[in-house]
Design a protein around this ligand. Structure first.
Ligand code: ADP
Ligand code: MG
Length: 380
């Protein structure tokens, strides 16, 4: 059963009546542009066809009551006098209510049923999907205009300031502003978004290594500092402002590890811009090669890959129908992403599953995806 039907039916049985609206917000995968966001650079994610769904109707009083089907729990909060507490999943909804009110929106209460097929904690940003679905729910019952960029910034603020996770803007922006059949080239300095069409016949396959070590804060801070140091060396605000030719002319003056870190970021920005151009001219082969090059750069220069991610990328490239593959996300575990001929995607998934399991003795999770539309609200 699709999730729209599932939340609709569950609403009827849990709240004894019809929902008035259905809202949805997608998870995402980043196709290319890794560790470029905090260097004011470019990223190119797409929204995936996996979403958080809420069926809801306006409620009496300024209260929000939500039944989470995935956690099999009902919880509620008043819109006045919001306080943080322990109930983890509800905090994302309260955080969004808090930022919207702080930004001057007058909110109405609602009751709803929530479910999702964005895997939780797999790096596909179920949290941003939940924030944007919540924002859509408030927009639908409170009747203000939907401004994707503004909602994305508020969702990010909710995650930063209420939930306490220091994320960038990419996840919320793509969940809010994704375009079906397209990736989005995002300029992380201006937040300008340019859609880039994914050709028909291509699937984006997410390959979860089933490892969750993650980039710890010291490794992350060290890399940020290295990037800032090289930006200073070039006399610019961020590495985004150094082009490949400028870098190459002076790279001999840099110490090896600083040179490699900067080379990753500067060439990754270049690859990301080239990837968007490749999509505009329908050259999927070129996009695949850019993904391959991105992985090599993250592995060798930025040093944020790991044995499992490298094994996964190797398995993907060895499988028939693969056009390119790389790690995606911060690194040291999590997911890889592959570009695959759609007709061969299922066979590809089987082959990668078997070979990855043989190589590292872990069961991967594989999601064959299409590029989806960003957050939506419609009458139920
Ligand atoms: P991710 O990489 O998936 O974004 P996070 O740790 O950032 O992982 O966010 C996951 C959290 O978001 C969950 O622990 C939960 O609190 C909330 N969440 C995600 N999906 C759901 C859902 N379907 N129902 C309720 N809460 C959810
Ligand atoms: Mg998250």
């Amino acid at each position: 059963m699709n999730l729209e039907q599932k939340v609709r039916d569950a609403f009827k049985s849990r709240f004894a009546g019809q929902p008035a609206m259905i809202v949805r917000a997608p998870g995402r995968v980043n196709l290319i542009g890794e560790h470029t966001d905090y260097n004011d650079g470019f990223v190119m994610p797409m929204a995936i066809d996996r979403s958080v769904w809420i069926a809801l109707r306006p409620a009496q009083g300024r209260r929000v009551t939500v039944h989470s089907l995935d956690f099999d729990k009902r919880d509620s909060f008043a819109l006045e006098g919001l306080q943080k507490n322990q109930s983890k999943w509800l905090e994302y909804l309260k955080g969004v209510a808090w930022v919207l009110q702080e930004a001057g929106y007058t909110l109405a209460g609602w009751e709803g049923v929530l479910t999702s097929d964005v895997p939780i904690g797999a790096g596909l940003s179920s949290s941003a999907a939940l924030e944007l679905a919540t924002a859509r729910a408030f927009q639908a019952v409170s009747g203000f205009d939907w401004e994707p960029k503004k909602m994305a910034l508020l969702g990010q603020r909710a995650e930063n300031k209420w939930v306490g996770v220091n994320c960038g803007i990419m996840d919320q922006l793509i969940s809010a502003a994704g375009k079906a059949g397209h990736a989005l080239l995002i300029d992380c300095r201006s937040l300008d978004c340019q859609p880039a069409p994914l050709p028909a016949g291509v699937a984006v396959v997410i390959l979860d290594t089933a490892t969750r070590r993650g980039l710890d804060s010291s490794a992350y801070n060290e890399r940020r500092l290295q990037c800032e140091t090289v930006a200073k060396f070039f006399g610019v605000k961020a590495l985004r402002d150094v082009d490949v030719a400028t870098f190459e002319a002076r790279q001999g003056e840099l110490e090896d590890v600083f040179r490699r870190r900067a080379r990753h970021v500067i060439t990754e920005d270049d690859r990301t811009l080239k990837a968007a151009e490749a999509l505009r001219r329908g050259d999927i082969g070129a996009l695949g090669r850019l993904l391959d090059a991105s992985h090599a750069s993250l592995r060798d220069d930025y040093e944020v890959s790991c044995q499992e991610l490298n094994a996964m990328v190797d398995c993907a490239r060895d499988a028939a129908g693969c056009l390119g593959a790389r790690m995606t996300g911060a690194g040291f575990g999590g997911c890889a992403v592959a570009l695959v001929e759609e007709a061969r995607a299922e066979v590809f998934a089987q082959s990668v599953t078997a070979n990855y399991e043989k190589a590292v003795n872990l069961k991967p999770h594989i999601y064959v995806c299409q590029a989806a539309e960003g957050a939506e609200a419609r009458p139920a």
